[in-house]
Design a binder for this molecule. Structure first.
Ligand SMILES: Cc1ncc(C[n+]2csc(CCOP(=O)(O)OP(=O)(O)O)c2C)c(N)n1
Ligand SMILES: [Mg+2]
Length: 494
């Protein structure tokens, strides 16, 4: 009986404990404890975009790629103010591809910021590409206001579910004070272990100043009655908590990054394995070796012979690639975006050194050209940056030629115009007997975009194989030329 009494006492005690614990938890969730010790500065004109800018600057971020949207404007304006160069592209995928190229070439994190909803969904291919290429990219995304998420606001979708499978770390900012620690963590995780993309979502009310956000929280007709009072208190508290402690001084410096190193034991084990092997294979990291010299290359003679073959109507692509390879400066970076023409270029064109050949990597997506070239030219302004395109793949990022012009990042692009998605057609036709959806059109054009003397030299080179007539092109293109004198555009027809 006594023990039953003890059990009853314990149950009775836990029965009254449960509501107390629940209340404490609710108070914690509502930020009531935090607000006891931290002020909400309702008069401050500051906004969350400034916190983002401070962290990025402290991490040495030089470029932020974007396609603008009202959700993210405070980030862009604040970053520009602290000296980070804002580079606006014509498609969000290009912004992330550019950030990926910066990450690869600079050895730090590449950063892109895009607006909520469609801005973010447009980046999915590029983020997946960065994940598979193990490239540390920080994606900053806008979001619907904290209280409106999941309630049908404009551009509101479940963004976290979208990016969780693609990123090493995903976080949604819930209060302004979380911005600095969350971004520091995201930047460290992107670079630690196996590098990769990370995503931070910024609901719009975490980025704009208090005086603007508070207006959105004030209902036009205040709710009445007891329920009305509870709702009004909840809204007031949510707003206060959103900005509580927002502008307290915080450490913005980089957190330490964990880069795995082989232990001496592991190296020793490796030496033993290699020395015992009958046919040793050494697998080194990406781009750590120089390309083989031309004389070593088994395909060199084959391609030389092919280059001399006469073609009936159009240019011999192998000859063109040889010509361009000869013209290309020793510091060039080659961006590969296409199918067969680019595959052929991979045999013929000599990468000028480590990190001077950029292709999508294991994901094999078309469309990296414009973004990769933009990032590469910004990181290495002194280098020639060449995009080798297929005519199909060109279409994905041709709009970025506007970006190159506006941002004064001259790149050179060579398009293998075979009026076809050839890499697919080549197998579809013999296997399935149809060329459906594989055909493109010559449209009379093979555009070659060049900067400076190279145009003239390439034209001479192409004239010398007597397959090209260079024509002056339309007024529209002349307008591009006159708006930026560095660029000349030639039209080569067969
Ligand atoms: C985003 C994307 N869509 C489709 C493909 C499939 N694909 C691979 S190669 C290729 C053809 C590329 O055509 P083009 O750029 O004209 O190069 P070509 O093979 O004609 O030289 C296609 C459609 C892909 N890899 N990525
Ligand atoms: Mg093609």
């Amino acid at each position: 009986m006594e023990s039953l009494g003890a059990v009853g006492a314990v149950l009775g005690c836990s029965a009254c404990c449960i509501p107390v614990v629940a209340l404490l938890l609710a108070a914690y969730k509502l930020g009531l404890f935090y607000q006891l010790f931290h002020q909400t500065e309702t008069e401050s004109p500051r906004h969350g975009g400034e916190s983002v800018a401070e962290v990025l600057r402290a991490h040495g971020v030089k470029f932020l790629f974007t396609l603008v949207g009202g959700h993210i404007s405070p980030i862009l304006v604040a970053c520009e103010k602290v000296g980070i160069r804002i580079v606006d592209t014509r498609h969000e995928a290009s912004a992330v591809f550019a950030a990926d190229a910066v990450a690869r070439l600079s050895g730090t994190v590449g950063v892109a910021a895009v607006t909520a909803g469609p801005g973010l969904t447009n980046t999915v291919t590029a983020v997946k590409n960065a994940q598979m290429a193990e490239s540390p990219v920080l994606l900053l995304g806008g979001g619907a206001a904290t209280l409106l998420q999941g309630r049908g606001a404009l551009q509101d979708i479940d963004q976290m579910s979208l990016f969780k499978p693609l990123c090493k770390f995903c976080a949604s900012i819930r209060t302004v004070r979380e911005i600095v620690p969350t971004l520091r963590k995201a930047l460290a995780i992107a670079q630690s272990g196996t590098p990769g993309p990370v995503f931070v979502e910024f609901p719009i009310d975490t980025l704009y100043p208090y005086h603007l956000v508070s207006k959105e929280f004030a209902p036009k007709t205040p709710p009445k009655g007891l329920m009305g009072s509870i709702i009004s208190w909840y809204l007031r508290n949510h707003l206060k908590n959103l900005f509580a402690g927002a502008w307290e001084a915080r450490d913005v410096c980089p957190l330490s990054v964990h880069i795995p190193q082989a232990t001496e034991d592991q190296v020793q084990k490796c030496i033993e394995l290699v020395s015992r092997a009958k046919k040793p294979v050494i697998l080194l990291g990406s781009q750590v070796t120089l390309p083989p010299s031309p004389s070593d290359h088994q395909f060199v003679f084959y391609f030389r012979a092919k280059a001399d073959e006469k073609t009936e109507r159009h240019l011999n692509p192998i000859k063109v690639l040889h010509c361009v390879d000869e013209l290309m400066a020793e510091d060039s970076i080659i961006v590969a975006d296409g199918g067969d023409f680019v595959g052929t270029a991979a045999y013929i064109m000599r990468p000028r050194g480590p990190l001077r050949w950029l292709d999508p990597g294991a994901f094999g997506t078309l469309g990296v050209g414009g973004g990769f070239a933009l990032g590469a030219k910004l990181c290495r302004p002194e280098s020639e940056v060449w995009i080798i395109y297929g005519d199909g793949s060109l279409g994905y990022s041709v709009a970025e030629f506007d970006t190159f012009t506006r941002h004064k990042t001259p790149v050179l692009a060579l398009v293998g115009n075979d009026a076809c998605w050839s890499q697919i057609s080549r197998e579809q036709v013999p296997i399935l007997g149809s060329n459906v959806a594989c055909g493109l059109a010559f449209t009379g054009n093979c555009f070659i975009f060049f900067a400076g003397r190279k145009t003239y030299r390439l034209c001479l080179c192409l004239f010398s194989i007597k397959l090209v007539r260079v024509l002056l092109i339309s007024l529209l293109l002349l307008k591009i030329i006159t708006s930026w004198p560095m660029v000349t555009v030639e039209k080569a027809t067969s």
